[in-house]
Design a protein around this ligand. Sequence first.
Ligand code: B12
Ligand code: SF4
Ligand code: SF4
Length: 330
Amino acid sequence: MKQILLEKFIKRQGWSFFGVADREKILNALKEHHPVFRKWLKKGMEAKMEYLKRMENDRYHPDNKLPGFKSAIALAAWYGYEQKNCSKDRGRIARYAAGRDYHNVLTRKLKELARWLQAENPGAKTYVSVDSGPMVDRVIAAAAGLGFFGKNTCLIHPQKGSYFFIGVVLTDLDLTPTPSLRMPNCGDCRKCIEACPTGALVAPGVLDARKCIAYLTIENKGPIPAALRPKIGNRLFGCDACQEVCPFNLGRAHRQKILIKEFGKKYGAGPPERAVSVRAGESLDLKKVLSIKNDGEFLKRFAGTPLMRAKRKGLQRNARVVLGNAKGAC
Ligand code: B12
Ligand code: SF4
Ligand code: SF4
């Protein structure tokens, strides 16, 4: 298959960049990462994300999903525009969650790409995955040359930074691998470790989810430990602190464009009733969040956005914590 056609199709879909890794490189990288993951689990750092344990075997053995796969395409969708400060009656939404739910948007694109590959190469087999699927996205993306692992654990592209989602297509096609580039590393920098409000980066490249605000405000179903509440500041949903300070996310990284309209600021602009229901935006009015009376109302307001993950109960729990911190927090 002509590489140029693949590139053109991917570009037309709005991905910011992509890479291809062959079977051997992927299996080697997963083999190297698996013991690291096991150690992380042993220390209980996954908190209550039981699904990570449940999917462990599939995540580290992609043949379970596509036996005999020969290549993986890892694709990046950039979402990281500059945020304004918000007033103290509002709670901040992490950049990744401001627009539409990336699982839906990107899965649609990956399936379309898989159909295109099959049309170009009759009989080809594919398997697609984003985030909640059974793949170790960052390890596959690193093998495909999308970036290097930062001390904040994020995958960082040397020029484009780390504000990007990762989607993966496995295929039994023998695609041309992306040549390996020499990647930089963090060097002596420790900005993310120092900036983490809760000390969740317990060592370079090791994140303890039990302390991470992204976990506590999104995945966590229970109360937020009292000692950590003041450290959450005005973060209503998710956290970007360890990426905001990263030198790789400053300057030219911010001059990129959001190419997928569903993640852009203007998505849903128009009549207010439509605009509010299609994206969460940069921040939300805390009292309005708390005034949502039932799940039906919550669904009407946030259906199709990443905020659904926390459910009404979780988002209102977070709003109470942020209101408690609100004395001049923004
Ligand atoms: C569980 C999970 C979380 C958990 C745990 C995060 C974590 N760092 O593990 C929580 C809920 C806290 C979380 C938060 C966020 N997440 Co998340 N998350 C995942 C998920 C589902 C699995 C990650 C995982 O396997 N963790 C286990 C640990 C052990 O692995 P690790 O941290 O990746 O590995 C590190 C070490 O093992 C170390 N290492 C040591 N030795 C070796 C050897 C080798 C060979 C390698 C490769 C690495 C390595 O390097 C690695 C990186 O530092 C992935 C999607 C997926 N299916 O993979 C998304 C994913 C990682 N999340 C993503 C995002 C966007 C976020 C947030 C930015 C959201 C937000 N703003 O609130 C934050 C970022 C927090 C952060 N600093 O990581 C993106 C990251 C994109 C990127 N450019 O890196 C992913 C890839 C989803 C996606 N498909 O786009 N997330
Ligand atoms: S997302 Fe926030 S809380 Fe989690 S490691 Fe990064 S800075 Fe710390
Ligand atoms: S802030 Fe510094 S140490 Fe942390 S990921 Fe970025 S370059 Fe690496």
